[in-house]
Design a protein around this ligand. Structure first.
Ligand SMILES: *[C@@H]1O[C@H](CO)[C@@H](O)[C@H](O)[C@H]1NC(C)=O
Ligand SMILES: *[C@@H]1O[C@H](CO)[C@@H](O)[C@H](O)[C@H]1NC(C)=O
Ligand SMILES: *[C@@H]1O[C@H](CO)[C@@H](O)[C@H](O)[C@H]1NC(C)=O
Ligand SMILES: *[C@@H]1O[C@H](CO)[C@@H](O)[C@H](O)[C@H]1NC(C)=O
Ligand SMILES: *[C@@H]1O[C@H](CO)[C@@H](O)[C@H](O)[C@H]1NC(C)=O
Length: 273
């Protein structure tokens, strides 16, 4: 048990280092919750920052008419001073996740082994910095219906989005700040061993697997997180120069897989036209 969680931490540390290397705004946090450690041997928290850390904002400054040149400007904003809140909803952003395992029996019954929560978080330090408040709201999750990811079809079909992924059924929130700011708003993805009270909310008839089976399952768990991302195609003369693509983040504690590097730099695009 102790060995297992130490091992887990080592892998996570490697993962986080890799994030730094690629400037990737997603971080894994080992939640040092003794109850959870006892029961499940580990709990992964992925704080999904969506470009809050590496915050590259592209804006189309000027599209005089369709035939004129498109100017693509790029800003880096200091989030400590920039108090702005960025509104995101399903008309400009989307995300989905898939948890699976190399063991097909686990994959087929994944809800009995893993609980995943997507949460909107508002975080604020008190004036004296001695305490903080945190408001957390669960986003309802369901199988992804057609038409998600702003109607993108090629990549969503490749990923089998409608068959393999779960999406938040609604999304309308704001992003603000970062880890170093007094106030922050972000979305977090929590992945942990099956929690009966969470499972009861969606599948009340299903029972979590026993603890030893859950720990084994967490060891070979793989997570793929998709987010929509947009960029400006300056060579686009006919249609909309704002293109939507899907980025994926892959995470596992399965050591032989974590070595292959799936991680890509991720930017959040906000645009005006
Ligand atoms: C677009 O930019 C190119 C080079 O920057 C320039 O040669 C061309 O005249 C511009 N076109 C228009 C319509 O402004
Ligand atoms: C999101 O919520 C805001 C108010 O909080 C509302 O004005 C806006 O219309 C909502 N957007 C969508 C797409 O529902
Ligand atoms: C299971 O989830 C509930 C509600 O989210 C939480 O209060 C509880 O601490 C969780 N149980 C464990 C063992 O983490
Ligand atoms: C889950 O629901 C069952 C009945 O559907 C109930 O017996 C059990 O106490 C619930 N467990 C939790 C942790 O809420
Ligand atoms: C957990 O369940 C499996 C069957 O799924 C069983 O083989 C194993 O003995 C159980 N372990 C404990 C500790 O109950």
């Amino acid at each position: 048990m102790q060995n297992k969680s130490r091992n887990f931490r080592t892998v996570l540390a490697g993962y986080i280092r890799q994030q730094d290397q690629f400037g990737h705004p997603i971080s894994l946090r080992y939640k040092n919750n003794s109850t959870f450690k006892t029961f499940f041997g580990g709990f992964i928290t992925i704080l999904f920052r969506m470009g809050i850390i590496v915050f590259l904002v592209f804006e189309i400054m000027k599209v005089v008419d369709k035939k004129s040149n498109i100017t693509n400007s790029q800003y880096r904003r200091n989030l400590v001073e920039d108090r702005r809140q960025y509104q995101i909803d399903l008309t400009n952003f989307d995300l989905a996740y898939n948890v699976f395992s190399s063991d097909p029996i686990i994959t087929a019954n994944i809800d009995r082994y893993v609980s995943v929560q997507l949460q909107e978080v508002y975080f604020a330090w008190s004036k004296d910095g001695a305490s903080y408040t945190m408001d957390v709201k669960d986003l309802p999750l369901d199988k992804c219906p057609p038409g998600r990811f702003l109607g993108e079809t090629v990549q969503t079909d490749n990923f089998g989005l409608q068959f393999n992924y779960k999406c938040p059924t609604t999304l309308n929130t704001t992003l603000q700040g970062g880890f170093a700011t007094k106030e922050a708003r972000y979305i977090q993805v929590l992945v942990g061993g099956c929690n009966q009270s969470i499972l009861n909310k969606t599948k009340p008839n299903l029972k979590c697997a026993n603890d030893s089976d859950i720990i084994k399952a967490l060891d070979v768990l793989e997570l793929n997180l998709l987010t929509s991302n947009q960029f400006v195609d300056v060579n686009e003369r006919e249609g909309n120069p704002v293109k939507t693509i899907i980025k994926n983040f892959y995470a596992t504690k399965y050591i032989s897989i974590i070595k292959s590097n799936f991680f890509r730099k991720h930017n959040l695009l906000l645009y005006k036209s």
